[in-house]
Design a protein around this ligand. Structure first.
Ligand code: C2E
Ligand code: MG
Ligand code: MG
Length: 428
């Protein structure tokens, strides 16, 4: 009934205790809460420190949790870095407050044999009552834990009914993306990027992808990209997007010389693959498409996972002549160090700022971002321009490029090129 590493109750023991708590609840009308807790990025910690130190850390954490919680609470280890807690009803203390205090307490430095460890944990909370089922409670706590991780980790989140329907939606979309090959499902659309004050205006578009379901429906990237990412399909999706984009560039070159540039979104998993940059350059070479017709868009949040392989990929792309731009600028955790070190040629200011440009606060922020970008030799693209007033203000601020519904929504390549690229001359 006990876990051999930490000496804490194990999963079977916890389940028994849970059944018991429900019985008491039925008899005495008391309530209790169940929580699941795990260490943020424990795998990385384990991989860096080695499993022996990882084990020592787990024991230290078990002691810390037990010391913070009241005696009447139960702490169990379910396996790996996953702990289950049972918190009996306490006078004047809400279970969520108790959980938040715990998360706070676990942030304090852990010292083992003179080594300092700074970790954080995430926690999901479910409230038990007399008609709870043990399995349901654990599932609810698990969904709440998933939410805590999604909302940035190092926090406690309670279960609520909506999490269940979101989990169903996730399952449904997982089923859809696993049921069709990206090769059949992915369609690309283009959105033009228009020169505002650009020194060297040329014709450029952002490539955005859509997932076509087998019954003809269309799923937007904000819904299917997370699903393909969690199911290990993102590289296949990127490969299809790149393939279609290169084909489009090839056709344009054949019929019209090199007149368009395409911006392509990639995910962290693409850049983590060491061969990604080399293969892209090879594909461009094979299709006889100059690399500078492609711009790879990376997001700020990707920089948070700036591993050696990501950095190497970015440098290879850049040395090969491919442009890089930083997407959703201003919304993530942009570090000036990355701006200084990475070979990025343009910044895309997120549309959240453009939406607020008529307030002086956002206008000043945008002016600052543009000045900063220009001072280090980078171009600025404003995303999500919807009104002529926004465009006018961006012009006065010296913004180089604009993209948004004011000109066009993302539309299929043929109409996009017909409308926004120079017309293809008739064959003579
Ligand atoms: P993003 O790269 O920041 O792309 C811009 C998004 O803003 C697009 O949404 C575009 O349709 C939308 N947008 C453009 N102008 C306006 C405007 O004036 N108003 C409003 N309200 N929205 C505007 P979309 O196509 O739904 O794509 C969403 C996100 O999904 C993209 O954000 C990008 O991060 C990601 N994404 C799209 N295609 C791909 C892909 O092929 N691979 C990867 N990894 N991510 C992709
Ligand atoms: Mg983008
Ligand atoms: Mg963006």
């Amino acid at each position: 009934m006990h876990d051999s590493l930490t000496g804490l109750p194990n999963r079977a023991h916890f389940r028994d205790a849970l059944n018991h708590a429900i019985e008491i609840c039925q008899r005495e009308g008391t309530e209790f809460a169940v929580a699941l807790l795990d260490i943020d990025h424990f795998k990385t910690i384990n991989d860096t420190l080695g499993h022996d130190k990882g084990d020592v850390l787990l024991c230290a954490l078990a002691n810390r949790i037990t010391a913070i919680l009241p005696q009447s609470a139960m702490v169990a280890r379910l396996g790996g870095d996953e702990f289950a807690l049972m918190l009996p009803q306490q006078m004047d203390v809400e279970p969520l407050d108790q959980a938040e205090q715990l998360i706070e307490g676990l942030r304090r430095l852990i010292v083992i044999d003179g080594d300092n460890f700074s970790i954080s944990c995430s926690l999901g909370l479910a409230l038990g009552s007399c008609d709870s089922e043990p399995g349901d409670l654990l599932k609810q706590a698990d969904l709440a834990l998933y939410r805590a991780k999604e909302e940035g980790r190092n926090c406690a989140r309670p279960f609520d009914k909506r999490l269940e329907s979101q989990a169903h939606q996730r399952l449904e979309i997982d089923r859809i993306v696993l049921g069709r090959s990206p090769m059949d499902a992915i369609e690309i659309v283009l959105q033009p990027q228009i020169a505002i004050c650009a020194a060297h205006p040329h014709c450029r578009f952002e490539v955005l992808s859509r997932w076509r379901t087998s019954d003809g429906g269309l799923i937007m990237p904000n819904d299917f990209i997370p699903a393909v990412e969690r199911n290990g399909l993102i590289r296949a999706v990127t490969a299809v997007v790149l393939h279609q984009s290169i084909r489009l560039l090839r056709e344009r070159l054949e019929n019209h010389g090199s007149d368009i540039r395409l911006g392509i979104n990639v995910s962290a998993a693409d850049l983590e693959e060491r061969s990604f940059a080399r293969r892209l350059l090879e594909d461009l070479h094979a299709a006889d498409v100059p690399p500078d017709l492609i711009e790879i868009e990376i997001t700020e949040s990707m920089l948070l996972r700036m591993t050696a392989s990501v950095k190497a990929s970015l440098n290879t792309l850049n040395r090969g002549g491919i442009q890089l731009s930083l997407d959703d600028f201003g919304t993530g955790f942009s570090s000036m160090v990355y701006l200084r070190e990475l070979p990025i040629s343009s910044l895309k200011i997120d549309r959240d700022f453009i939406r607020g440009i008529e307030t002086s606060r956002d206008r000043n922020l945008i002016a600052g971002m543009i000045a900063m970008a220009h001072s280090i030799g980078k171009e600025v693209i404003a995303e999500g321009i919807e009104t002529p007033q926004q465009l006018e203000l961006l012009k006065t601020l010296g913004c180089d490029w604009g993209q948004g519904y004011l000109w066009s929504r993302p539309i299929p390549p043929i109409p996009a090129l017909a409308q926004f690229a120079a017309p293809i001359p008739p064959l003579t």
